[in-house]
Unconditional design. Sequence first.
Length: 172
Amino acid sequence: MSGDPHEAVEYREAVEKDFDGIAHVWREGARSALGPAMEPPSVDELRSRIDGELASGWVLTVAVRSGGVVGFLALKPRLGILDQLFVLPSAQGQGIGTALLDRAKREMPGGFRLRTAAANEKARRFYLRSGLSFIGEGIHPKNGTAVCHYGWQDNRIWRGTPTPVPSPQGGG
């Protein structure tokens, strides 16, 4: 449930009571992005993954509207990785993804990288419109699907030649 699109969205650090909503958004967002070609993990599988990811360094932000999670952002700041960014399909096109991506840029001003499914053309266009650079293509290390790597760095903080965006290793 995405609530009234005219109602304000709150962006905050996730707490445990948000985890079921995050898993739901993750599954629905992945299902929408991947289409029928690949079934994403179940909500229960994704919910169980959240605790492990937090223990390994995730910084988790939620977008909440009408008391429900409508989007989330998972960062691995020590590695310079934007690991997950999903918005409920019914809440897309309302600026939530942009606000979450802007938060990633503020949290990791030195730059970050991410990967997305090559088949997810909507996300690929979004990242390019949002100022990220296409780095290259690859294969997802866990599921073997084609992925595209993107990177971002705030060139305003660099003097002289910008530092290259980190290589497309790792990620989620």
